[in-house]
Design a protein around this ligand. Structure first.
Ligand SMILES: [Ca+2]
Length: 127
């Protein structure tokens, strides 16, 4: 089996300390918030992951944006199937994935000024 460009992704970062978050925020990097879902939740886990195509994560060409869209579409589909099926993993009904390309989750990609293509996080509808 040969991997094509739509199968070749890498995890960039998951759990992040608050110190690292503040360092990224202060450095003027792509991080826009002082508190992140990458930081440990009450259970010591990250609720965010940065994942990107292996060859060039900051390329914003149409081809690369399509690769990100395919990546998130697959993640979201699998996540929703895990919620529906008896997989042994308990996922609350109000829990969803949110992609840094569509912060308000309305399926419209041109309604935000800050895009974080590699970023995917858990959100809870009632929080
Ligand atoms: Ca949107």
């Amino acid at each position: 089996m040969t991997l094509d460009v739509y199968d070749d992704y890498q995890v960039i970062e998951t759990l992040r300390s608050h110190e690292r978050q503040m360092s990224l925020y202060s450095s003027g990097s792509n991080t826009k918030v002082k508190v992140s879902k990458h930081e440990a939740n009450d259970q010591g886990l990250s609720e965010a992951v940065d994942i990107a195509p292996k060859d060039n994560m900051w390329d914003e060409s149409p081809d690369m944006l399509m690769r990100y869209a395919v990546m998130f579409g697959r993640m979201d589909s699998i996540f929703n199937l895990m919620k529906e099926w008896n997989t042994g993993v308990t996922i609350p009904d109000n829990c969803y994935l949110r992609w840094g390309r569509d912060w308000d989750r309305d399926g419209e990609y041109n309604d935000q000024t800050f895009n974080d293509y590699p970023h995917v996080e858990l959100i809870y509808k009632d929080k």
